[in-house]
Design a protein around this ligand. Structure first.
Ligand code: DC
Length: 221
């Protein structure tokens, strides 16, 4: 199977690029952030804090996480219930970032991500796809943009979903999450040595897609 790994910080345009690239190449898009958000949702519903290692260990096995595709869109099931529409709040973003620092959680989800990549040609996005999950991916992109640009994009996304937020707060949250995701001990956010850097600060979605498609074509994807 052919795999494209896209990593980068929150709001850099990874998922827009990954969706568009997957569509253009007829690959499957795998959003690994949604998988981390689903496990975080499980612990949040059980009242377990992100640093409560003992209870995370005890209750991890109770979370049956499934990835489904409905009309090409990824849906997340937790113990048979579709939780997709509940995963995108600022609170859960911060909680998922904290839960994702737990090593046991990361190993629990690693096989699931690798299995998805073995079954389908896919564009997978996250934080450690090029470095840990798919070190032999056919193409690795590290997508970034300035924190201000990323905060503006995140705010627009939240507003489009009818959620209220202030730009200053979104920027503070994004900076805190970047810091947590890139300084954690296990599988921190970082650019793989063989990843290509794409700074999208001054690019629109179409420009990003064309740049990525050119790189994919160079590799025969
Ligand atoms: O991509 P996202 O914002 O939906 O991800 C939510 C959190 O999940 C992110 O702050 C860190 C964590 N995550 C991770 O640690 N590794 C991944 N491959 C994807 C997400």
């Amino acid at each position: 199977m052919k795999n494209i790994a896209i990593d980068g910080p929150a709001g850099a345009g990874k998922s827009t690029l990954a969706v568009n690239l997957a569509r253009a190449l007829d690959y499957r898009y795998v959003d690994t952030g949604a998988i981390y958000r689903t496990i975080a949702w499980h612990f949040s519903m059980c009242g377990i804090g992100p640093r409560d290692k003992d209870n995370i260990h005890r209750f991890l096995g109770d979370a049956l996480i499934e990835v489904r595709y409905v009309d090409g869109a990824q849906r997340m099931l937790l113990n048979g219930r579709d939780v997709t529409d509940e995963l995108r709040t600022p609170e859960l973003s911060a909680f998922a970032s904290a839960v994702s620092a737990n090593g046991e959680v990361r190993s629990y989800l690693l096989q699931m991500q690798r299995t998805l990549a073995r079954r389908h040609n896919c564009v997978m996005d996250g934080r450690d796809i090029g470095t840990v999950v798919l070190p032999r991916a056919d193409l690795k992109l590290f997508v970034t943009a300035s924190p201000e640009v990323r905060a503006r994009r995140r705010l627009a996304e939240l507003q489009a979903r009818g959620q209220q937020a202030a730009l200053g707060q979104v920027l503070t949250d994004i900076r805190a999450r970047d810091e947590a995701d890139s300084t954690r001990k296990i599988a921190p956010l970082r650019q793989a040595e063989d990843a290509i850097l794409l700074d999208t600060s001054d690019m629109d979605a179409e420009g990003c897609l064309q740049a990525a498609l050119a790189l994919a074509r160079e590799r025969g994807l």
